[in-house]
Every structure is written in C-alpha cells, then in structure tokens.
Ligand binder design. Structure first.
Ligand code: 4G3
Length: 234
C-alpha cells in the first residue's frame, strides 16, 4: 500500500514509520509513504501557508494555493483518493477501513490551525473522515491512526497472521481478555480453563467471554453481530 501525506509537519510520521509493527511494515516494503509539504508550494516570500479567516474570528485558516499545489503533486505520485481528516468528516468505521484497504494508493490531507479553505474540500478532496468527536491540534495524528489500522490489514504485516482476525471488532465483538506469566500476581490467578490445554474448550470460553463483555460494555455492537456473526462485524 502506498500512502501520500500532505502535511507541514512530515517529521511527525516517524512515530509511525520507525517503530513496532508499522515500522517493520515500512522496512519490509509492505507499504511506503511520500510526503508533500504545502510550504513547498507557497508563492510568497515568507512561504505562508495560513491566513486570517474571512468573517473574522480567532485562529488561522490554511490557504487554498499551497494546498492545491501539494494535492496536485500528490495525485501525480499517489494515484488514489485524497482523504481529508477533520472533525466534520464521516465517522471512521471498520467497513470504511476495509474500503480504504482495497485501494493501492491513498493520500491523507492533514490540516492545522482552525482548518482549511473550504474550496479545497469542494474541488480537491474525495472523502472527509473523522476519527471521533473530539478536536486535536492537527490532522497528522488522525492520519496516523488510520494508516496504522490499514497497515494491520496488510497480509504479512502482523507477525502472526491470525492476529488480525482475532483483533477486537474483526468479528464484530470486543476481544477476549489476555493473561501471561506469572500465574499468580498480587493474589490474582488466571481463569482455570486457560490452563487445561483443551484448545476447543478454550476457544469456546473465549468466544463466550468476548460476547459477554460486548454485551456489558458495547451492547450496540451486538445488533450488527446478530445480523451476521460470520460477516466480520461492520
Ligand atoms: C480540520 C481531525 C482539521 C478542521 C483533525 C481541525 C480532529 C480530527 C483540524 C479542524 C483534527 C478528527 C485538525 N481534529 N476528529 N484537527 O478526526 O477544526
């Protein structure tokens, strides 16, 4: 999978490209990323990328022309949809992630300040996505959340291929609980079934526990699950 990233802070993405499961995926060539900095497409001597909002109010707005230049350059090198991360976007869901995963190329447009000139969204953005109902200081962390989730879906990116299938939500239910050594900590043991070595019974227990904690914590997920328990949720 090839990612494009449009950002004035491309260095932030080293958190994704240099560490852990995602870092390994980049190292192995399972995915790649190209950066496009709006500042490189700024016309004026100060390399401005933001200006004051029409109508007044606090903060600044990212300017049309530098963003347009960066997006057109990205479209040349990364011929897939341009996704803008903003609190005004449609909520990210597991089915939306699977749709994006079908693309070989995806570019993420990361805004700063109070947002970007709306005419960029109108003319140059294919999809506006939100990672949740809260505001963060820039689209970069939101883009990294989606990129990380997408990388986990790439065959070979996780050490153990069954890991992705056993993740929370992959079947529409929350994940089961996990335990490791030592067997007793601060007087707390491990559910006995996990020590029996009976893998068929362990599997049944985990499924039941998964179902019960979904019922307790996220009952709204069960409606979808009941529609089709084998459909991987949605
Ligand atoms: C655009 C995305 C971008 C407008 C970005 C703020 C939250 C999300 C930004 C704006 C963001 C999200 C940058 N904050 N919920 N901050 O996906 O007001």
């Amino acid at each position: 999978m090839n990612f494009g990233v449009i950002s004035i802070f491309p260095q932030m993405f080293s958190a994704l490209t240099n560490f852990g499961v995602t870092g390994r995926a980049f190292q192995q060539g399972l995915c790649s990323v190209e950066y496009f900095n709006p500042r490189d497409y700024s016309e004026d001597v100060h390399k401005s990328v933001d200006d004051r909002p029409y109508g007044g109010g606090p903060g600044m707005v990212m300017m049309y022309e530098p963003l347009k230049g960066a997006i057109l350059a990205a479209r040349d090198m990364v011929p897939g949809p341009v996704v803008y991360l903003s609190p005004q976007g449609k909520s990210l869901s597991v089915e939306r992630l699977r749709d994006l995963h079908q693309q070989r190329n995806v570019t993420f447009l990361c805004g700063r300040y109070e947002g970007i000139d709306e005419r960029i969204v109108r003319k140059h953005v294919d999809e506006e996505i939100s990672i949740g109902d809260y505001v963060i200081s820039g689209g970069e962390l939101a883009a990294m959340v989606i990129m990380d989730a997408l990388i986990r879906l790439i065959p070979g990116a996780l050490g153990h291929e069954l890991s992705a299938e056993e993740d929370s939500f992959s079947h529409g239910l929350l994940d089961t609980s996990h335990y490791t050594r030592p067997q007793t900590v601060d007087g707390m043991g491990v559910p006995g079934i996990l020590l029996t070595g009976n893998h068929q019974e362990i599997s049944r227990w985990r499924q039941l526990q998964s179902y019960e904690r979904t019922l307790a914590r996220r009952p709204e997920l069960l409606a979808k699950y009941h529609d089709n328990p084998d459909s991987e949720g949605n």
